[in-house]
Design a protein around this ligand. Structure first.
Ligand SMILES: [Zn+2]
Length: 406
């Protein structure tokens, strides 16, 4: 009798996903807005008061110690906790009001969503505030029917002066086990921020805005301001540049995860840990567009990770070594020339980043095998000098210089 063998990877189960929803308050009248501003100022003063205390005094604090304030006790308690955990802060310029999940609630009447909370000490009734929730309706529905757990609520004013409530929500997402072993391979680079090789073949280049160009322009502007001694303006520009790059990374990661969902595949990334320690040429270091120290690949990775977790997409990291140099069809090592990649053995021509993304995608199954690859003696400029798999199957055929022309 034949025995049935069940294959496949064990189900990794579920992912715990936490997301902060930023919901603008709708039709907030000026009286309420002013009250919020006043309470925020009150809260900031309270935080600075606590900050001035000694560590021992800080530890034994409770909301009763501040009963002179008109702020509700749960808000005071949260501020105490927030100050206790932010050890490095010297003064708070402004600390948003925050309260735990027991002091606010979510309501839905018709299509109108509202949150209610009481700011003022001693009052029981909660004041509902309408929120603009169009893009988060699914998650909010989860809170109402108990599938998701709501955490703390923060009252936050944007730079433009609009008031928002920020709600942290936690829920479970089942992870797809990716039993069909389909992967989207991703190559992150400084010129093209993200290149994705889909399991069905096509390669997608996410150009976004030219990050390299942005970096150079902003570095030049900052250098000019630095010369003039305008340090605050320099800092401001730095923040602006960081915001632009962050926005680009958000867009890229969102598109990539959507692609993986469409392809019904997991995402494979190169493991870039330690790349900051790799030596750089001096010419690269002095060029803001080339300097690897400011390359925001880690931010992009963390965005991809959390967005993938929300969508239940599996993430796998593969070693980054040789992903750019190896030829995807035959496994030979060649050097890229700017954007073009030409294999000196099999004649394969490709965009260098596209070839790299295919190598990441095929990290386990392709001819480019990580375990076999070694840097050949005398460098890898000639290509096809390393051991590769032969035409038929898995036998390793050592290649020598004589086979180069074949
Ligand atoms: Zn080749």
């Amino acid at each position: 009798m034949k025995q049935k063998v069940t294959r496949g990877k064990p189900n990794p189960g579920t992912n715990k996903v936490t997301k902060t929803l930023k919901l603008p308050l709708l039709s907030l009248n000026s009286v309420k807005a002013k009250e919020f501003s006043r309470f925020e100022a009150l809260n900031t003063r309270l935080a600075n008061r606590i900050l001035a205390l000694s560590d021992e005094q800080k530890r034994s604090l409770s909301s009763k110690d501040f009963s002179d304030l008109e702020l509700g006790s749960s808000w005071v308690n949260q501020t105490i906790r927030n100050v206790q955990t932010s050890e490095k802060t010297k003064t708070f310029k402004s600390l948003p009001l925050e309260t735990n999940n027991q002091n606010w609630s979510l309501h839905k009447v018709g299509d109108t969503w509202s949150v209610s909370f009481n700011l003022i000490r001693g009052t029981r009734n909660r004041v509902p505030v309408n929120v603009h929730a169009s893009s988060h309706v699914q998650i909010l529905e989860k809170i109402l029917n108990g599938e998701a757990k709501a955490g703390s609520l923060k009252l936050w004013r944007s730079r433009k002066g609009t008031w928002h409530v920020c709600i942290s929500v936690t829920w479970d997402v089942p992870v797809t086990d990716n039993a069909n072993n389909r992967w989207v391979g991703c190559d992150r680079g400084q010129n093209i921020p993200l290149v994705a090789a889909t399991p069905d073949g096509p390669i997608i280049f996410y150009q976004a805005r030219k990050i390299r160009h942005i970096r150079r322009v902003y570095a030049a502007r900052r250098a000019m301001l630095q010369k003039l001694g305008k340090t605050r303006a320099v800092k401001k520009l730095e923040n602006k540049e960081a915001r632009i790059v962050k926005h680009i990374n958000h867009c890229l990661s969102k598109d990539l995860v959507a692609l993986a969902v469409r392809c019904n595949a997991g995402i494979r990334l190169e493991d870039l840990t330690g790349i900051r320690n790799a030596p750089q040429r001096r010419s690269a270091k002095s060029d803001a567009g080339l300097n690897r120290d400011t390359w925001p690949f880690y931010q992009l990775e963390s965005f991809i990770k959390y967005k993938a977790a929300i969508s239940g997409v599996l993430i796998q990291k593969v070693p980054a070594a040789y992903t750019t140099q190896a030829c995807n069809p035959c496994g030979a090592l060649n050097k890229r020339k700017k954007h073009s990649y030409v294999c000196t053995r099999c004649g394969h021509k490709a965009h260098a980043d596209g070839n790299a993304s295919q190598n990441v995608r095929d990290a386990e199954t392709g001819r480019f095998c990580l375990l076999v690859l070694k840097a050949p003696e005398g460098g890898c400029y000639d290509g096809a000098l390393n051991e590769v798999r032969d035409e038929i199957g898995n036998n390793l055929v050592p290649r020598t210089r004589t086979t180069k022309s074949a």
